[in-house]
Design a protein around this ligand. Structure first.
Ligand code: FSO
Ligand code: SF4
Length: 545
């Protein structure tokens, strides 16, 4: 195996024996093969679309397939193999259609290879990331692919709510197909990276529309972090449709619902707040799950990543369920909803009824719900605070949390920030400082949480609004510092989206991606001013004071 797609890539180079995330080599290789098959599908789908006969079956196959290869989403080699088998069949069907329509197809192994399951392992060895021998081309191609993975995840969430845009699917397939080209230049690939960012903005906007149309605009909310007396179900991940159906199906059953990690922002939506048995949020970011799932006592539902493999003696491991693209060997998988139907969570509810109520691990409330609509309502107050000098700077600290000790930087940075600075956050990065007593500025909390990582879109809208109010020419003239923490590929699309909006001088940590070759990293430094982080003291001194 060779994988270097996330921030925890071994030694800052890549995982080669087993993933730091827990992914074994066979599963990693199978994912490489799935990528290879999906690239073939993308090549044919693009040709069919250009011929006026879009292959709609490819749309979801590719977005779900990409999602299943995101860090920490799926550890189940059987489910990845099943996708490979289904993908080969789909590709061959599409090739048949293209041939029948007289469409010329390129000569590519991605289109010609047909193996059965016993050959998957041997084939996967030759189709991984290192197949591209030029380090810079590989870096640019993988940067595009990781952006597409994040984009696909967001497109999937939107589609679950009935919101889809054909041009997003078309772009994903076009870009994936472009990575099979051996004649593509570094300049073309660089342009494709930026275009990926633009489509990232479009996809996040679509998901924002899907979420707010379906569940209302997030509003300022105090979220309970303590527990009630009933048994509960803990729901994690990012899929709000699953949240909706779980809340509806648990109502009146005596089973409460709690969010974990990235599902916390579900507490901010009016449509979910109405449920009395929706008690609040339990615990912290994804990487604390081994201890927090133990004390939760009830079953857990993963709607997406980030899964941490349970320890062999974990008491909760028989009570974990996955759904959508997520999977783990031994965890039960809740099947997709049938057209027009709902998912069936009855088994999880029955398991919960037999469990003890959660053990309280903390008490109190955290505040959130500062997505664009809510912040626009407070715009007058915010603008006055900036004009009076009460707020000197905004620091965007969006992105991911992770288990590495180096991420203590973010808590220290937040603690040491001058008191006239406001943190704008989104994603699970917030858990590094959302429970610190950072106070407020004239009633405006010093940590404004917009929501999930995809709600970084809200932060971009807020920045654009401020630019308009202050009549600035350039978004970079605003008193905003970007200090983004990344972990997996959704953060990659958030980063590319910000770059495509013209945001410069983003600080990225805790380390720069292993998949950036020195030359590609240089391009990002020279053209966009991207830099890494140092110590909180040094960074605050240079960026803020
Ligand atoms: Fe975090 Fe995991 Fe949302 Fe990611 S829970 S790390 S960027 O999946 O997607 O912020
Ligand atoms: Fe390693 Fe990250 Fe890949 Fe897992 S996803 S194998 S930790 S680089």
């Amino acid at each position: 195996m060779f994988c270097y797609q996330c921030q925890e890539a071994s030694k800052g180079i890549g995982c080669t024996i087993k993933g730091v995330c827990g992914k074994d080599d066979v599963t990693a290789n199978r994912m490489d093969l799935l990528m290879f098959v999906m690239k073939g599908i993308a090549v044919v789908a693009e040709k069919l679309r250009a011929n006026g006969t879009p292959a709609t079956t490819a749309n979801h196959f590719i977005t779900e397939g990409l999602f299943s290869t995101i860090t920490n989403a799926n550890f189940d080699v059987n489910s990845i193999s099943a996708r490979v088998t289904e993908g080969l069949k789909l590709r061959n069907d599409l090739i048949g259609k293209a041939v029948a329509a007289g469409i010329a197809l390129p000569k590519l192994e991605e289109l010609s290879w047909n193996g059965n399951e016993s050959e998957y392992e041997s084939k996967s060895a030759s189709v991984g990331v290192l197949r591209e021998t030029n380090e810079d081309v590989r870096s640019l191609k993988e940067l595009v692919i990781y952006g597409l993975k994040g984009m696909a995840a967001y497109a999937e969430h939107a589609s679950k709510l009935g919101f889809e845009e054909e041009d997003i699917y078309a772009f994903i397939q076009h870009a994936l197909a472009a990575t099979t080209r051996t004649d593509i230049s570094a300049d073309e690939l660089t342009a494709l990276v930026l275009e990926t960012g633009s489509f990232g903005v479009k996809t996040m906007a679509l998901l924002d529309k899907a979420n707010t149309t379906s569940y209302g605009n997030p509003e300022v909310t105090k979220v309970n972090i303590g527990v009630g007396k009933n048994p509960g179900i803990l729901i994690s991940g990012h899929d709000l449709k699953d949240m909706e159906e779980l809340l509806a199906q648990t109502e009146g059953t005596g089973v409460d619902v709690y969010t974990h990690s990235e599902m916390l922002p579900a507490n901010y939506y009016p449509a979910f707040k109405k449920y009395k048995h929706f008690v609040g949020n339990y615990g912290n970011a994804w990487w604390k799950q081994r201890e927090e799932f133990e004390s939760f006592n009830g079953p857990i539902l993963f709607t997406t990543n980030c899964i941490v493999p349970p320890l062999s003696g974990a008491s909760y491991k028989d009570k974990v369920y996955t759904t959508n693209a997520a999977g783990y060997p031994g965890f039960k998988h809740v099947p997709a909803r049938k057209e027009g139907g709902t998912k069936d969570f009855s088994e999880i509810i029955e398991v919960a009824k037999k469990c003890a109520a959660p053990t309280e691990i903390e008490h109190g409330e955290i505040i959130g719900g500062f997505a664009h609509n809510q912040v626009m309502q407070l715009a007058g107050q915010v603008v006055d605070a900036v004009k009076s000098g009460a707020i000197k700077k905004f620091v965007v600290m969006a992105g991911c949390d992770g288990r590495m000790k180096t991420r203590d930087y973010y808590s220290d940075f937040a603690t040491q920030l001058p008191k006239d600075n406001v943190i704008l956050t989104a994603g699970c990065a917030k858990y590094r400082y959302n429970k610190l007593p950072l106070g407020d500025i004239n009633g405006i909390p010093r940590v404004l949480d917009a929501g999930q990582c995809n709600d970084s879109y809200s932060l971009a809208l807020i920045a654009l609004k401020l630019k308009e109010v202050f009549e600035l020419q350039d978004i970079n003239e605003l008193p905003i510092v970007y200090n983004i923490a990344w972990y997996e590929q959704k953060a990659v699309i958030v980063l590319l989206a910000l770059l495509s909006l013209g945001v410069k001088n983003i600080h990225l940590g805790p380390t720069l991606p292993a998949f950036l070759s020195p030359n590609v990293a240089n391009v990002l430094v020279e053209n966009f001013g991207i830099s890494s982080i140092r110590t909180p003291e040094e960074d605050i001194k240079e960026w803020i004071l």
